[in-house]
Structures are given as C-alpha cells and as structure tokens.
Design a protein around this ligand. Structure first.
Ligand SMILES: [Zn+2]
Length: 278
C-alpha cells in the first residue's frame, strides 16, 4: 500500500527503499539466529536453517495428481524470508542467468512475491514496477489483459502463479509481449501437472465451488499440462524451459533448497536467445 503511494512522489522512493530494506535485513538476521542449522538453505536470504515449514493445500484433488507447486509440501517455506520453492527457483535463475543485478534495467513484476520484490527494490539500478489486479497490493493496479504501459517499455516481465487464474491467458501473454523490449525476457511459472500432456480447462465452470472441484482451487480456471510450452509459443514467443534438475549439479546447496527436481520456469523472448550461465 505504501509502495503504491510513494510511486507518485519520487523523492520518497529512496527513503522508502532504505527503511524497507533495513527492516527486512534486521528481521532476516534475527530469524536466521532463531532457526540456524544445517538442514536447509535459502538462496534468497542466504540462510542455513534447521527447518523449512510445510505449505500448500491439503486436498484429495492435488494428492491424486502430480501438480508441482499446488499441493501441500513438507519443507517448503523458509522460516526467515518466507520463500517458497518457486521463489528460490526464480531467484536462482535471476541471479545466475541474467544481468538483472549488474546492469540498469526495467522490470514489471506481477503479483510480486515480497522476498523477491525486496531483492529487486533494493537495487537502485532497477526501474521497478510492481503490479497486481488487487488495489493497493502493489505500486500499480493492473489488469494483466490490459496493461496500461506503452509498448516495448520493459527489459523483464515477471509473472509467476498468475496465469492459472486468468480466463484469457493468451491475451495476457500477448500484452506482456507487447510491453517487452525487443531483447527483453518474460519469465513465467504456474502450477504444472507434469503427469498430463494436455492443459485442461472448462470455461463453463464459473463458480468458486465448481472451480474448486474441477481444479482444486477456487481461483484457478485451468490446469496446465506439459503442452503449455506450445500454448505460449502460439503467442509468437520463443520459449526455453529452465528445469531445476538440469542445473542442480552447478549448485552445491541444491539438496538443501527443497526444490522439486522437475519444477521449471518458462523463459520467453521475442527472438531465440541462448540461455547462458554466468
Ligand atoms: Zn529465506
């Protein structure tokens, strides 16, 4: 809420940034002492801890299907910064495969995860925009199917665990593509059913009750299957899958990070860019 306020007063952004980052760094330092151990590692707040908390929906729907990122998981949440597996995977990608923390860039971040938002916001080289459909939850209230920014404005668009709630997800992808610079990158993730090829959706299911019964979550409007890559490509984007198991050998703490080895990001660009390891 404060973030949405200070965007209208640029001099306040610097003060807001200092206060926010100081508060979170002190909080993480305190919790790091409380939970210190050697059983888990969070790459976001750089904490070694003795526990990660469980997180997710306990429902028969999710337990009967292999859907990454949607069912209850033991050892999911960092007790210090509250990162979940997908946050740690996204941050691993941003830290190791982009220049996001080294060069000035502009970022549009949908449904901004607090811990990642703080990491981006503390970097003064980043022209950062958080966006959310819910008023006062981010700097800008934005309908992702009608993004109120000019074309080719952003170097990065981050959109994680949003598209499964959007009826016209192709329109949302086209809008993200429109506001992307020609050499920019869109990073997507969503609950993904890795045991089915076809994405399932039934637009006749409108009520919360029907959607909960059909998709296991009252806000979801589909279950993405492995064909989602083609779905994104059909919007005119090049897509590379950043699958965790392909990178764990490069991460000494990967066993401690509690990320499902088949979890993945969909890294999209307008041209076919190679994914480089820094
Ligand atoms: Zn953490």
């Amino acid at each position: 809420m404060i973030g949405s306020f200070v965007k209208n007063f640029p001099p306040l952004i610097k003060i807001y940034r200092i206060i926010t980052i100081t508060y979170y760094n002190l909080r993480y330092s305190f919790l790091r002492i409380i939970y210190q151990g050697n059983k888990h590692y969070c790459n976001l707040c750089k904490s070694h801890t003795r526990i990660f908390f469980g997180y997710g929906e306990k429902s028969d729907f999710f337990s009967e299907r292999e859907i990454i990122g949607a069912r209850f998981r033991e050892n999911a949440m960092c007790p210090c910064c509250s990162s979940l597996e997908r946050h740690r995977l996204l941050y691993d990608y941003l830290e190791n495969h982009t220049d996001i923390f080294k060069e000035s860039c502009s970022i549009l971040h949908f449904a901004a995860e607090g811990n990642i938002k703080n990491k981006l916001f503390e970097n003064t080289q980043i022209d950062y925009y958080s966006a959310d459909i819910v008023k006062n939850r981010a700097m800008y209230q934005v309908d992702i199917t009608k993004i109120p920014f000019p074309s080719q404005k952003f170097d990065y668009v981050l959109c994680n665990h949003v598209l499964q709630d959007i009826e016209d997800d192709r329109k949302a992808i086209m809008e993200m593509k429109r506001v992307l610079k020609s050499n920019g990158t869109i990073i997507l993730s969503f609950p993904l059913c890795i045991s089915q090829h076809n994405t399932y959706e039934d637009m006749e299911k409108k009520s919360f009750k029907e959607r909960f019964e059909t998709y296991g979550d009252k806000y979801h409007v589909r279950i993405y299957g492995l064909d989602v890559k083609q779905r994104i490509q059909s919007c005119g984007l090049h897509v590379q899958e950043y699958i965790w198991k392909d990178h764990i050998n490069d991460r000494p703490n990967h066993m401690l990070m509690s990320i499902h080895e088949k979890d993945r990001l969909f890294v999209c660009s307008l041209s076919n860019q190679e994914m480089s390891e820094d």
